[in-house]
Design a protein around this ligand. Structure first.
Ligand code: CA
Length: 227
C-alpha cells in the first residue's frame, strides 16, 4: 500500500513517514504543495494524507484538482485548523476524512486503515483512462479532454476492450469474439466499420490519435504514436 504524505512541517512529516513505514506502508513524503500536487496528479497512491496549509499550493487546491480530474484516491486532511467550517469545506471539496492537529498516531493509523478498507470492500474500478480519454464503466460513457462522447453500446464495449488491453495488438478475431460474441468471418467488415466510427468520435478532433491500425494483424490503442 502506497501512501503520499504532503506535510510542510518537518517534524510532523518525519513522524508520519516513520510511523506509517513501521506500520508497513510505502510512504512518499513531500514538503510543499507544488510537489504534492504534481505527485498526486501523476502517480498512483492508495491514500493521500494532506496538510491543509502548505506553501505554494494548499491542500484544498490539491483535493479540488484531484476530484476535478476524477481521481478518486482517498484523501485524509490533516490540519491545525479545527473550525467546523474548515472541516465542512474539506469534506465538501472531496476529502474523505479530516483529522485535527495535534493528533495521536494511533488515531491516524486507525483512520488510514478504515479508509483503505473502504477501498477494498468495494474493489470496483469504475474508471479506465488513457491520456485524456476517460471511460466511466458504471455509466458506460466516455469523455475525451473533458468532453462527453456519445457511444453506442457496442462502441463502448469495443473501446473498453481496447483500453483494457492498451499497448497490445488485438486481432480482429479476438475483437469479434469479445465484442460481438461471434466467430471471425473474414467476409465481414463489421469490425473495421466499427473502428472507423469509433475513431471519428474519439480521435478525429483530438491528439494524440489513440487507435492504431497494425497492418495485417489488427488494432491497438496506445497513447504513444509509433512513428
Ligand atoms: Ca502546514
Amino acid at each position: 500500500m502506497r501512501i503520499l504524505v504532503v506535510e510542510d512541517e518537518i517534524k510532523t512529516g518525519d513522524y508520519l513517514a516513520q510511523g506509517l513505514s513501521e506500520a508497513g506502508f510505502t510512504v512518499e513524503l513531500v514538503r510543499n504543495g507544488l510537489d504534492g500536487h504534481h505527485l498526486a496528479m501523476t502517480e498512483i497512491f492508495d491514500l493521500i494524507i494532506l496538510d491543509v496549509m502548505l506553501p505554494d499550493v494548499d491542500g484544498w487546491r490539491i483535493v479540488q484538482s484531484l476530484r476535478a480530474a476524477e481521481r478518486h484516491v482517498p484523501v485524509l486532511f490533516l490540519s491545525a485548523r479545527d473550525g467546523i467550517d474548515d472541516r465542512v469545506k474539506g469534506l465538501e471539496l472531496g476529502a474523505d476524512d479530516y483529522l485535527t492537529k495535534p493528533f495521536a498516531f494511533a488515531e491516524l493509523l486507525a483512520r488510514v486503515r478504515s479508509l483503505l478498507r473502504r477501498g477494498t470492500v468495494q474493489p470496483i474500478v469504475d474508471q479506465l483512462r488513457v491520456a485524456d480519454l476517460v471511460l466511466d464503466l458504471p455509466g458506460r460513457s466516455a469523455r475525451r479532454a473533458g468532453k462527453k462522447i456519445n457511444l453506442s453500446h457496442k462502441e463502448f464495449s469495443l473501446l473498453e476492450l481496447l483500453v483494457r488491453h492498451q499497448g497490445e495488438v488485438l486481432p480482429r478475431s479476438l475483437i469479434a469474439s469479445q465484442v460481438w460474441d461471434m466467430n471471425f468471418d473474414s467476409d465481414t467488415n463489421v469490425i473495421d466499420v466499427a473502428i472507423r466510427r469509433l475513431r471519428s468520435k474519439i480521435d478525429d478532433d483530438y491528439s494524440p490519435k489513440l487507435i492504431q491500425t497494425v497492418r495485417g494483424m489488427g488494432y491497438k490503442l496506445d497513447d504513444e504514436a509509433d512513428d
